[in-house]
Design a protein around this ligand. Sequence first.
Ligand code: NAI
Length: 281
Amino acid sequence: MSHPAIVKDNVAVITGGASGIGFAAAMAFARAGLKICIADVDQDRLADAATKLSSVASAANVMTSAVDVSEAGSVTKLEHDVRDRFGRTDILMNNAGIQPGSTLFGEPDNWQRVIGVNMWGIIHGSRIFAPGMIARGKPGLIINTGSKQGITTPPGDPAYNVSKAGVKAFTEALQHELRNTKDCLITAHLLIPGFVFTGLTAKGRSEKPAGAWTPEQTVDFMLARLEAGDFYILCPDNDVPRALDEKRMQWAAGDIVENRPPLSRWHPDYADAFATFVKGK
Ligand code: NAI
């Protein structure tokens, strides 16, 4: 953990920090001696998570905050509360996310919730925290959790894909802005998890499927890639190696370049061509 922001007594704020990937990140940052604020909409999970964090951090260094990231006012209050308690934020991980499922022409509720939490949550967090982080003039990180589904946009859950495509576009613009801001020592990063066994993906299972990574594996990978300076933190899992992700992403971009129909990877007329492409022929 040699990234200059990941040092003892710095302050990390993690949304969706009460479970899954966010909680694993909170534990890793706490073990590194950082002060932690976990922000989550689920108060019971927050209480459980705080108890677990107390095994690796003193109570004085752990803050919990009931926050709905889809509401700008709630995120503004979070930023103020962290400043009151710890004085500043050095690391912001905008990670809260939901995946209740969606259909193209179904009720709009899930569309609004998914885009509200997954996309607006990240926009609110970045816009509300970044100016103060930049102004301090110290190294810092903003890590936004996206998804491969925001890049290859597979059929089946269009609202989730749209929200995560928005996270990718926003975070790319954010990093461009930060690197063109004078004296700015904050960098943005897009975390792109693979299949991770969490509440979001458990779907009633209590055992981790063989193909999934654990949240801890995902966070270990994230920390190594932050140290290496990656913007796109593209995580593999036990089923999908990086080489296959690269092929899938190249094929998706190729739909435009090659003038194929959208989502041609799932179009029967292109099944053989895609299989051949993946084999590298
Ligand atoms: P999780 O369900 O364990 O954690 C998500 C947390 O976000 C929960 O604690 C939940 O209470 C919180 N949350 C939900 N709505 C919120 C809101 N409005 N305000 C504040 N907190 C809220 O799921 P997981 O897997 O750890 O998800 C973390 C992120 O990783 C999400 O953005 C998800 O889309 C993304 N992701 C997960 C993958 C996986 O395979 N698990 C794959 C790709 C991306």
